[in-house]
Design a protein around this ligand. Structure first.
Ligand code: DMJ
Length: 593
């Protein structure tokens, strides 16, 4: 890295050595350029090798020399940097071509032809049991209520304010619009709401525009927009979704332009300038944000033929694997410039959660060939069990947070997704621990159900505590809200699929009744400010994840297992289903990357 910071002429001087001591092959400058060696300022020059004078290449490095008068200009590059330079050139060329064709078409052009084959389980059978069928129909009616009201009052905007009956904008998406439409596409599809899916698709075709001068959250845009578009493509085969997904993926690439390749949290998608959240410890990027790009980026490479997306996320793994982890745990903050951890705060809820989820799902999505992802996941679970998982005196298992070695006995609603994750990962658990991981999932599901059951509204708070004489109860006023989050229902859905214990459907139905009673309003569904109060105080936001996650997981909970079966699909963290890249479909090489 150092050399790139030096002026190019200094680098040049440093590598002018006597021609007659040059043992390497002599190439013309043009030849070098065609191999991917460009302006000197792009090259990384390793001074210690200059002293050795034109070392022949070994497995790790490449040396090329050009005769220059009495001297020999030698360029030392690590092999991976040679590859990177070639890749940069290819990308720059592609970008120039795209620009020439007009920015609107970016990403749409140059995509390889692809024969669409719908993966197994994009549609399922009707549930055999009449009560289950009736309940599933009810959930579809809820989706219709949420969708129709969004359409009536906020069409084309990001989200709906169901009480004031107007659009709601969050700065997470900059001025990209239509979050609810893109997030809801696959739910509409699997619920067979064909008219609604068609109008959503038409909106995407005509209006979804990423050529905006705005700063967005890379994580949120990736999980909702890229994830939503990818799923819509894989379910329906409509090319427009593939083109839009790749176009948006390309817009996100400048976020990785940091010294380590750990992406910025925020990115202006016009200027390509990134930065981190001002509140994040020591200018760090956030684990759950940069660690939740893997599934989507692997699929972007799969659909575009462009390796750059997968390379970016594999590099994140590399950086993480080089670092020491305190007690085997991953702190939530990592500085993208120094590559060092920030504050040692570890959480399986907010700031950490989906990083762990994506390690497991990367392995599953690769048809169990991504051994690195697998190892990182099970090692992390081992550390979580040892240092964070505790049992209350009343016998409730919970996952605490860790701050520099001290435990905070609090669990977030977000953390409740981990029940489903443990159960989903049970099958591959090392040392015959399958049953144990299912048990962990069941215990977390039970605790999270208790957090719902111990409120007046039977909806769970944002965070609940296990200290000061309480168990699974929120004690702080600012932790008593419920914003239509999915994580508890998500865990019920996984537990149901993996155990078929009827209590999970029962618990899911309790949640449906509570949502109908307290969150449903004329204009859609709203979050609640205090779930312990008997009177609803609505927050007036219908979150887009209510349509993409909460209602989808409920629908799946009351569907047969043949709809989006786990052998063929993994869900991104916004519940967007992505197909497993099966080895026998010729994806093995891609999985290995
Ligand atoms: C969703 O956007 C995703 O599930 C994310 O991983 C966490 N938070 C919300 C829902 O609560």
């Amino acid at each position: 890295m150092i050399a790139t910071l030096l002026p190019w002429w200094l680098n040049l001087q440093a590598i002018l050595i006597n021609r007659f001591s040059c043992r390497e092959q002599h190439s013309s400058y043009a030849e070098l350029v065609s191999q991917g060696f460009r302006a000197h300022s792009r090259l990384l020059l390793h001074h210690k090798h200059f002293a050795n004078q034109c070392l022949p290449p070994n497995t790790d490095q490449t040396v090329r020399c050009i005769p220059m008068k009495r001297n020999c200009l030698c360029i030392n590059l690590w092999r991976k940097e040679v590859e990177q330079a070639a890749l940069d050139i290819r990308q720059d060329k592609e970008k120039l071509l795209q620009d020439a064709r007009g920015r609107k078409e970016a990403g749409a052009s140059g995509l390889p032809q692809r024969l669409f084959r719908q993966p197994v389980g994009a549609v399922g059978q009707e549930p055999a049991d009449p009560t289950v069928r009736q309940r599933r129909d009810k959930i579809k009616e809820m989706m219709k209520h949420a969708w129709d009201n969004y359409k009536r009052y906020a069409w084309g905007l990001n989200e709906l304010k169901p009480i004031s009956k107007q659009g709601h904008s969050s700065n997470l998406f900059g001025n990209i619009q239509g979050a609810t439409i893109v997030d809801a596409l696959d739910t509409l599809y699997i619920m067979e709401m064909k008219e609604e899916f068609k109008e959503a698709k038409e909106w995407v075709e005509k209006n979804l525009d990423f050529n905006v001068n705005a700063e967005i959250s890379v994580f949120e845009v990736n999980i909702r927009f890229v994830g939503g578009l990818l799923s819509a493509y894989y379910l329906s085969g409509e090319e427009v979704f593939r083109k839009k997904a790749v176009e948006l993926g390309e817009k996100l690439l400048p976020a990785f332009n940091t010294p380590t390749g750990i992406p910025w949290a925020l990115l202006n998608i016009k200027s390509g300038i990134g930065r981190n959240w001002p509140w994040a410890s020591g200018g760090s990027s956030i684990l759950a944000e940069f660690g939740t790009l893997h599934l989507e980026f692997v699929h972007l490479t799969h659909l575009s033929g462009n390796p750059v997306f997968a390379e970016k996320v594999m590099n994140i793994r590399k950086v993480l694997n080089r670092l020491d982890k305190p007690e085997g745990l991953y702190p939530n903050y990592l500085n993208p410039s120094s590559g060092q951890w920030g504050q040692h705060h570890v959480s399986i809820g907010g700031l950490g959660d989906s990083f762990y989820e994506y390690l497991l799902k990367a392995w599953l999505m690769s048809d169990k060939t991504d051994e690195e992802g697998k190892k990182m996941y099970y090692d992390a679970v081992q550390a979580i069990e040892t240092h964070l998982i505790r049992k209350s005196s009343g016998g409730l298992m919970y996952i605490a947070e860790w701050k520099g070695g001290l435990l905070e006995h609090k669990m977030g609603h977000l953390t409740c997704f981990a029940g489903g994750m443990f159960a989903l990962g049970a099958d591959g658990a090392p040392n015959d621990k399958t049953g144990h991981h299912i048990e962990l999932g069941a215990e977390i599901a039970r605790t999270c159900h208790e957090s719902y059951d111990r409120t007046s509204m039977k909806l769970g708070p944002e965070a609940f505590r296990f200290d000061g004489g309480v168990e699974a109860i929120a004690t702080r006023q600012n932790e008593k809200y419920y914003i239509l989050r999915p994580e508890v229902i998500e865990t019920y859905m996984y537990m149901w699929r993996l155990t078929h214990d009827p209590k999970y459907r029962q618990w899911g139905w309790e949640a449906v009744e509570a949502l109908e009673k307290h969150c449903r309003v004329d204009g859609g569904y709203s979050g609640i400010r205090d779930v312990y109060n008997n009177h609803e105080s609505h927050d007036d936001v219908q979150q887009s994840f209510f349509l993409s996650e909460t209602l989808k997981y409920l629908y799946l909970l009351f569907s047969e297992d043949d709809l989006l079966p786990f052998e063929h699909w993994v869900f991104n963290t916004e519940a967007h289903p992505l197909p497993v890249l099966h080895k026998d479909d010729g994806n093995n090489e891609e999985n290995q990357k």
